[in-house]
Design a protein around this ligand. Structure first.
Ligand SMILES: [Fe+2]
Ligand SMILES: [Fe+2]
Length: 239
């Protein structure tokens, strides 16, 4: 039973606006049913992009004349593939880092430390999966000048890990004043956001294509990556 039925039939070009404003309100644990009189892919892809991929949709009735979909929050469904898993992990790492940063800016160094440690652990696992599990298996072409997406990713990983290790060192020394670590936080915050964006735009489409051609290996890789990314510590900040 759906929590809400969104009937977009007969709305023509207004269907998009209605879909966006309604699906924006979708909460964890809820299922919305969407009824359409047109092919849903273009519309749902556009809305999903606007909502930063926070929703997952599935077709249950494939028209014409009627298309019936169910829509849930992405965190309510299991990752559908490796790229989906990694994109979710980007969001998780970002949230942990943002929470630590927020507390540092508020002068709460003690409160920031657990979030920061969870971020460090999550980042190291994530980089390990990308560098050691995926890169050797997919063997994408590399250019001699190092400007291909894989080489750029590996370089940026080194930089972010190095900056993170410096900050980790500061924390382990015992920080007295927030201003002493704030510049490191700013540095990493910028580098991390740019890196994840570049990966998602320039590298993940290549990974998706390569994995689609090797479904058996892709399924095994997804399992191994999931096991590697699963944490034993806190997964959500501010708990
Ligand atoms: Fe990465
Ligand atoms: Fe990544």
């Amino acid at each position: 039973m759906a929590d809400f039925v969104l009937d977009l039939r007969g709305l023509a070009e207004h269907a998009h606006t209605r879909a966006y404003y309604t699906l924006r309100e979708l909460r964890t644990g809820q299922v919305f049913e969407v009824l359409l009189d047109q092919e849903p892919k273009l519309l749902m892809d556009a809305v999903s992009l606007q909502l930063r991929h926070a929703i997952h949709w599935q077709v249950h009735e494939n028209g014409p004349p009627l298309w019936r979909l169910s829509v849930q929050r992405r965190e309510d469904v299991a990752p559908v593939n490796l790229v989906d898993l990694l994109e979710r992990d980007h969001l998780r790492i970002d949230r942990l880092f943002a929470s630590a940063l927020h507390k540092v800016n508020a002068g709460d160094l003690e409160g920031a430390a657990p979030d920061f440690r969870a971020y460090v652990d999550g980042l190291r696992r994530h980089v390990e999966v990308e560098n050691d599990l995926i890169v050797p298996l997919l063997e994408l072409p590399r250019s001699a000048n190092g400007q291909d997406p894989t080489s750029i990713m590996l370089r940026e990983h080194d930089e972010i890990l190095e900056q993170t290790t410096m900050l980790e060192h500061e924390f382990s020394e015992g920080v007295d004043e927030a201003w002493a670590v704030a510049p490191f936080f700013a540095l990493i915050s910028g580098a991390l956001a740019k890196h994840e964006g570049r990966e998602e735009q320039n590298l993940f489409p290549h990974w998706s294509r390569a994995l689609n051609e090797r479904p058996d290996e892709a399924a095994e890789l997804l399992q191994r990556a999931q096991a590697r990314l699963a944490t034993t510590g806190p997964t959500e900040p501010g708990a």
